[in-house]
Write a protein that binds this ligand. Structure first.
Ligand code: NCD
Length: 355
C-alpha cells in the first residue's frame, strides 16, 4: 500500500481497496493461516472518545494476528488529564508501539497525530469528520452481501451532518461508477456542503428527502445512523431531532426484497428491534466483517513499515482554521495547513473551507 497512515480512505486507490476487501475475505475463510502474521508487533489504541466495536475489533484483530495491544480507552486515566498535548502523547506512544489507532473528539486529530508519530496512525474517528475503518467495514459488508460497490442506489438516513461514518462512506462510494445517493434527514441535519461538492465533482446523482417511507422503495442499501447526541449544543436541540426517522417493519414492507440494511452501531431507537429478525438486516454481521476488514488493514499497513518521523509539513503562518471543532483550535502548536482547490482554500486537518 502506498500510504503510511490511514487518515482518510481517499488515500487508497480503488485497487488497494479491492485488495483489502479480498484479503479480508481470505482471512475470514482461513483465519488459522494468519495467527502469527503480526507476531512481535504492538498496537496502541488511544481512545479519547467512547467506543465498543471499533476499539474492541481493532484489539481483537491484532490479537488474532498474533500481536499485542496497549493503550487507554479513557484519557482520564492517562497524562492527558495533566495537560499533555496530543503531540507529546503521540511521540511517546509511537516509540512504544508499531501502529497507533486514534479516536478523538476533534476533527483532524488523526492528521495532526500523523505529523508527530514514528509509526503509522489510523484514524478511528475524528469528531464529526471521518471514520475510514468503519467505511472499510461497510464496503466489505456490501461486497460480500450485495456483490458489488457500483451502480447502487444508496439511502443514508439520520444524522448526516454529524455522522462521521456517513461522511467517509459517501466520499468513498462516490468514486464508484453509477452510484446514486438518497440523503434522508431533517433539513437541520443534512450533509455538509463539502460532501455534496464531492458528489458533484464525481458526477454522482443525489436527492434529498425528509420522508423515509417515500424513498425507501428506491434503495438497494439503506444505511441508518443514530442522531449524534454528543455533538449537539443543548439537550433541547437534540430532543427536537431524535426519533424523527425510525425504521420499523411497516416501512420495510415498502422496500425491495433484496435491500440490505446497514448501521455502524450503536443504535438508539432508529431501528426497531423487530427489524433484527428480517433477513435484510445486516448490522450485526457488519460488525463481524469489521474484524476481518481491520485484520486486512493492519497487515497491509505494517507490511513495509519501519519507525521514522516524516519532516513536518510547513503551512501558511498567518492563517488559522475557523472551525471551532478543528484540532488546531485545541492544540495551538500545530502548523496551519491548507490545501488549494479550484473553489477555495481548505483546512488539511478538518476539510473546512477557509472563510
Ligand atoms: C460510530 C462512530 O463512533 O462514529 N460507531 C462506530 O464506530 N461503529 C457511529 C456512532 O457512534 O453513531
Amino acid at each position: 500500500m502506498n500510504t503510511r497512515h490511514l487518515i482518510d480512505l481517499d488515500q487508497l486507490s480503488i485497487d488497494e481497496i479491492k485488495y483489502i476487501i479480498s484479503l479480508s475475505q481470505e482471512i475470514r475463510s482461513k483465519p488459522h493461516e494468519y495467527i502469527d502474521v503480526c507476531h512481535g508487533k504492538i498496537m496502541a489504541t488511544l481512545f479519547y472518545e467512547p467506543s465498543t466495536r471499533t476499539q474492541m475489533s481493532f484489539q481483537t484483530a491484532m490479537l488474532r494476528l498474533g500481536g499485542q495491544v496497549i493503550g487507554f480507552n479513557d484519557p482520564n486515566n492517562s497524562s492527558v488529564t495533566k495537560g499533555e498535548s496530543l503531540k507529546d502523547t503521540i511521540r511517546i506512544v509511537s516509540e512504544y508501539g508499531d501502529i497507533i489507532i486514534l479516536r478523538n473528539r476533534y476533527e483532524g486529530a488523526a492528521k495532526a497525530a500523523s505529523l508527530y508519530s514514528k509509526c503509522p496512525v489510523i484514524n478511528a474517528g475524528d469528531g464529526a469528520h471521518l471514520h475510514p475503518t468503519q467505511t472499510l467495514t461497510d464496503i466489505v459488508t456490501m461486497s460480500n452481501e450485495i456483490g458489488r460497490l457500483k451502480n447502487l442506489s444508496i439511502g443514508v438516513c439520520g444524522d448526516l451532518k454529524n455522522g462521521r461514518t456517513v461522511h467517509s462512506l459517501i466520499k468513498c462510494l462516490s468514486h464508484y461508477e453509477g452510484n446514486r445517493f438518497i440523503l434522508v434527514s431533517s433539513s437541520q441535519l443534512c450533509v455538509p456542503k463539502y460532501l455534496t461538492d464531492i458528489l458533484d465533482e464525481n458526477n454522482c446523482e443525489y436527492v434529498f428527502s425528509d420522508d423515509l417511507s417515500a424513498s425507501i422503495g428506491d434503495m438497494d442499501v439503506l444505511y441508518m445512523t443514530r442522531i449524534q447526541k454528543e455533538r449537539f449544543e443543548s439537550e433541547e436541540e437534540y430532543n427536537r431531532q431524535k426519533g424523527r426517522f425510525i425504521l420499523d417493519s411497516e416501512k420495510l414492507k415498502l422496500a425491495k426484497k433484496e435491500m440490505k440494511i446497514l448501521h455502524p452501531l450503536p443504535r438508539v431507537d432508529e431501528i426497531s428491534d423487530e427489524v433484527d429478525e428480517d433477513p435484510r438486516a445486516m448490522y450485526f454481521k457488519q460488525a463481524e466483517y469489521g474484524l476481518y476488514a481491520r485484520m486486512a488493514l493492519i497487515i497491509n499497513i505494517l507490511e513495509h513499515e519501519s519507525k521514522r518521523i516524516d519532516p513536518i509539513e510547513k503551512g501558511f503562518t498567518d492563517r488559522r482554521c475557523h472551525n471551532p471543532n478543528c484540532i488546531t483550535s485545541d492544540e495551538c502548536y500545530l502548523p496551519n495547513l491548507f490545501i488549494k482547490r479550484e473553489d477555495g482554500l481548505f483546512c488539511k486537518y478538518c476539510d473546512a473551507r477557509d472563510e
